[in-house]
Design a binder for this molecule. Structure first.
Ligand code: MN
Length: 367
């Protein structure tokens, strides 16, 4: 299994600080949503993330153990610095390994599995309203609009110890994991999230689209999103290949269309030119004889635009030149109809006969 990820953490449209922190260090992915007045929120989420990253590099202990140590690091800091007293953070971490993902979780950030077009929440929210939904006190719809929906029952760093939820998910090629802060899920319905994940192949683009949707819906909180795609082993990922193929097929079609149009225009011009040429006539020399040509007396790129349709074998071109009555004869004398061209030849014949009659008889012939 190969993995590709997209990530965004965004301040949103209302808050003036981003208390969320994210980590994308394959195989580890983390979203943390800090809370606490003053600078507490962003400090808590940053300490949690940094601790997770450091322990991952050191490579000792389970993922849940890393989360417990992150809890301790935030707690210690809040005890050391009274300005940071009471700070805490959510933390949702996924570590992918071959065909599975281990998810560790505290708070109300969420992990979802998107498989075969369907979105399933992997984590349970550690909130008062989620507890009330589980006990049947309120419905999920009521929870969504409950005035205390942000009250956490569990957070990282607010106590010396913390209980960490852990879940292992087996992954298939094509699966998508989504880690997000409540700035996404508080603004955008799961149906909208599902539609975006369904319609956006690229994980980074999917993350961008999710954050855009949350901001469009108001963006009242910081929004963090990590999208992790599980792709087939060894081979090139199916989705990116489709993405590459689709535009190039479109481009090819577009080019095909352009070439087709150009060819059509050329054919139309050639047909038009041919129709026009077929209505042009001229009289000129052909192999030493006088001829009527169809077309125009011009050669372009080796192509004669005129061709003889009638050659007068009894009428030598040299004799017509000798008359000096037709200075344009060699270039071709043009006419609009074949009849006019024919009449020109008749005229030449007549002129030639006249000239021969007027020619004085050879010396000595008359006695
Ligand atoms: Mn939040």
């Amino acid at each position: 299994m190969r993995f590709a990820a997209g990530q965004v953490t965004d301040m949103g449209r209302v808050r003036e600080r981003n208390d969320d922190s994210i980590l994308v260090e394959p195989p580890l992915y983390v979203v943390a949503d800090g809370m606490g007045g003053h600078r507490g929120g962003d400090v808590a989420s940053q300490i949690a993330i940094e601790t997770m990253q450091r322990l991952e590099v050191e490579g000792r202990g389970s993922l849940a153990e890393h989360v417990r140590q992150a809890n301790r690091a935030v707690w210690d800091r809040s005890v050391e610095d009274e300005r940071l007293s009471g700070m805490g953070t959510t933390l949702t971490a996924a570590r992918v390994d071959g065909g599975s993902a281990l998810v560790a979780h505290v708070g109300d950030s969420r992990a979802y599995l998107f498989r075969d077009g369907e979105l399933r929440q992997v984590t349970s929210d550690h909130t008062l309203v989620a507890r009330m939904v589980r006990s049947g006190e309120i419905t999920e719809a009521e929870a969504d609009v409950h005035p205390h929906k942000n009250v956490l029952t569990r957070a990282l760093g607010t106590d010396e110890t913390v209980e960490v939820d852990e879940e292992s998910i087996s992954l298939q090629a094509g699966d998508r994991l989504l880690l997000c802060s409540d700035g996404l899920t508080g603004m955008v319905t799961e149906e909208q999230i599902e539609a975006i994940l369904e319609n956006t192949d690229d994980p980074q683009r999917a993350a961008d689209q999710l954050v855009r949707a949350a901001n469009r819906a108001g963006g009242v909180d910081n929004i963090s999103v990590v999208v992790i795609d599980a792709e087939g082993e060894g081979e090139e990922p199916a989705a990116p290949r489709r993405r590459v193929a689709a535009p190039s097929a479109t481009a090819l079609r577009r080019w095909g269309l352009r070439i087709g149009i150009v060819v059509l225009i050329l054919v139309a011009l050639l047909v038009g030119a041919r129709v026009w040429l077929d209505r042009q006539w001229y009289v000129g020399p052909s192999d030493g004889k006088v001829a009527v040509f169809q077309g125009i007396p011009l050669t372009i790129l080796g192509f004669d635009l005129g061709h003889p349709v009638q050659v007068f074998d009894g009428l030598d071109a040299a004799e017509i030149r000798g008359l000096r009555l037709y200075p344009n004869f060699d270039q071709g004398i043009t006419f609009g109809t074949r009849e006019e061209a024919q009449q020109q030849v008749d005229q030449m014949q007549t002129d030639l006969e006249k000239a021969q009659q007027q020619k004085p008889p050879p010396k000595g012939a008359g006695g």
